[in-house]
Design a protein around this ligand. Structure first.
Ligand SMILES: [Zn+2]
Length: 560
């Protein structure tokens, strides 16, 4: 047994003083949350009552009595009154900087009909004044009554002096007005770029204003780049929005330019969302030459790896399938521009893998997914086994045999539950009853051994993990037509849905030692919800609210 000598007592006391001094307030802890229902994400100890935080880290997870012992007077003590505490949400696929711009742009997502759509654009043109571009919008033709594709003639008369290039919510098609097309030099004789489509009126052959995927780049090329100050402002809007939604980490599917914006905010100490940036796979050469192993950076901002595209989207009928679209038997969808020239995607995947870079590749149609799985398998065979944590973005429509391959390869299915309740309203019309059975097959993927990482794909869907969890657990479509769940076999248990927004998201970032669960030594990123989503009826999860968001041990949203 150790004998406590006076000298040892002194050393212990000094040690205690020293550890007190490390904290800003001079206390042993900075913040204590008590009287909560803490879901830790740690299978060894799934539930607790209290969490204590010091210097941005979790220092105690336990009972209220343990927490009180650690908190002398002066410590900030928050009584949660039984609220639920979760690890800060990790949204594994966002367009985070772009989202900030869209928060300030025209909102077309819920436009009701042609008149409403055109009226909103007219109002924005008046607000901005002549010469300014009208962008983003996130329109959804499935919301229009009647369902119809918007056309430039709806808006040309109200936008003679404003170029318009507004995107469908999936980002895979845009509506450009005549001025924007003229500025881009796009006419009815413009050749269609590979991986794109330029819509023409079936009767007259005239442009309708709809451009799909790479064809939209023809117009994007002429849009003036926002200033750095505007980008900073947009990024700060995104960060505020994340805090309101309990999101403390995001994976940003960006162009390389977004890195410097978040870097500036990190330097200023204003980055309260951890940003993990995937840059376009077309940059693989530059990244490989740097010999940089991903993830690279600080706990606030990292280069994560590379993002690529196999195909388009279901809503735009550009997702690439083995069989044609049910409602349009002439088309199988489109491979993305990054798939050309043939073989280039496979070469880039091999190069990225040799360089030790993580991959996140978009595949929606069953054929695009199958082709990607082939490429991943070949790369693994060529370069040997390694802890890769490769991702498939969306993994939306899968042949049953390919679901099994996801598990065998240990892939991350980076999926978006909100799309289930959104697209579930009309997906069957596009692909028929058979393919629908293995569409958004989250539970089958999970059971096959794939790692589910949940996300919003914001701005495609709202940046709200609560909505995402509700969608994954209930699969109740937005139109109220599937109260028992659309393809209900694929519902995910609440705990697995929460895990897919926390623990799994951290694992995908190779950051499981630092975050994703509430354990001693981990980053103090936490979210407090106003009700216990584990015990309320699943259909009520949608009404849960974020009460408080804690980032790096600081309350960044909500009141205690
Ligand atoms: Zn995306």
């Amino acid at each position: 047994m150790m004998k406590i000598t006076p000298v040892l007592t002194l050393i212990l006391a000094l040690g205690l003083v020293a550890s007190c001094k490390t904290s800003a307030e001079g206390n042993m802890v900075d913040l204590v949350l008590v009287n909560g229902k803490v879901w830790t994400g740690d299978p060894g100890r799934p539930w607790a009552e209290a969490v204590a935080v010091r210097d941005g880290k979790i220092v105690m997870v336990g009972t209220a009595a343990e927490a009180r012992r650690l908190s002398p007077s002066g410590t900030k003590l928050v009584d949660l009154g039984g609220s639920l505490v979760l690890p800060g949400f990790i949204d594994s696929h966002t367009h985070f900087l772009a989202g900030g711009f869209s928060l300030k742009s025209i909102q077309l997502r819920d436009a009701k009909d042609r008149q409403d759509f055109a009226g909103r654009i007219a109002a924005k043109a008046r607000e901005l004044g002549p010469g300014r571009w009208i962008l983003n919008g996130e329109w959804d033709h499935q919301q229009l009554n009647p369902v119809e594709m918007p056309r430039k003639d709806w808006i040309d008369a109200v936008t003679p002096d404003n170029p318009v290039c507004v995107s469908r919510l999936d980002g895979h098609m845009v509506l450009a007005n005549s001025l924007a097309l003229r500025l881009a030099g796009v006419t009815k004789d413009t050749p269609v770029p590979p991986g794109g489509e330029i819509d023409r009126d079936a009767a007259t052959g005239e442009l309708t204003g709809i451009l799909k995927d790479t064809a939209a780049d023809l117009v994007f090329a002429g849009i003036p780049e926002p200033s750095f100050a505007e980008k900073l402002e947009a990024a700060e809007a995104s960060i505020r929005h994340a805090a309101e939604n309990g999101v403390t980490s995001v994976d940003e599917m960006a162009d390389a330019a977004s890195f410097e914006v978040f870097e500036e905010l990190a330097r200023l100490g204003r980055l309260t969302t951890r940003v993990h940036v995937y840059i376009p796979i077309t940059e693989v050469g530059a990244l490989a030459r740097l010999k940089l192993k991903s993830p690279f950076g600080s706990p606030y901002l990292q280069i994560a790896g590379l993002k690529g595209f196999m195909d388009g989207s279901l809503g735009s009928a550009t997702a690439y399938f083995f069989e044609p679209y049910t409602d349009d038997p002439k088309t199988f969808g489109l491979l993305h521009g990054q798939m050309f020239p043939e073989g280039v995607m496979e070469r880039r995947i091999l190069e990225a893998d040799r360089a030790g870079l993580q991959l996140a590749i978009h595949a929606i149609g069953d054929r695009a997914n199958s082709m990607l799985l082939d490429m991943y398998e070949k790369a693994v065979a060529a370069n040997g086994p390694r802890d890769r944590r490769w991702r498939v973005e969306h993994a939306q429509h899968l042949r049953p045999a390919d679901i099994i391959r996801f598990g065998k390869l240990g892939l991350v299915a980076a999926v978006q539950p909100y799309h289930v309740i959104d697209d579930g309203r009309w997906a069957e019309k596009k692909i028929g009853p058979e393919r629908v059975k293995t569409t958004y097959a989250f539970e089958s993927l999970r059971r096959a051994g794939a790692v589910l990482a949940f996300s919003s794909d914001w701005t495609v869907a709202p940046l709200s993990p609560i909505l995402g969890i509700y969608a994954a657990v209930t699969r109740r479509t937005l139109d109220g037509k599937n109260p028992g769940g659309w393809v209900p076999e694929e519902k995910v248990p609440v705990e697995e849905a929460v895990r897919a927004y926390t623990v799994n998201g951290a694992w995908v970032q190779f950051a499981e030692a630092a975050k994703g669960s509430i354990e001693r030594g981990k980053l103090a990123d936490l979210v407090v919800l106003d009700r216990d989503i584990f015990t309320i009826p699943p259909e009520e999860i949608v009404r849960a609210k974020v009460r408080m968001t804690i980032f790096d041990g600081r309350i960044i949203y909500g009141k205690d």
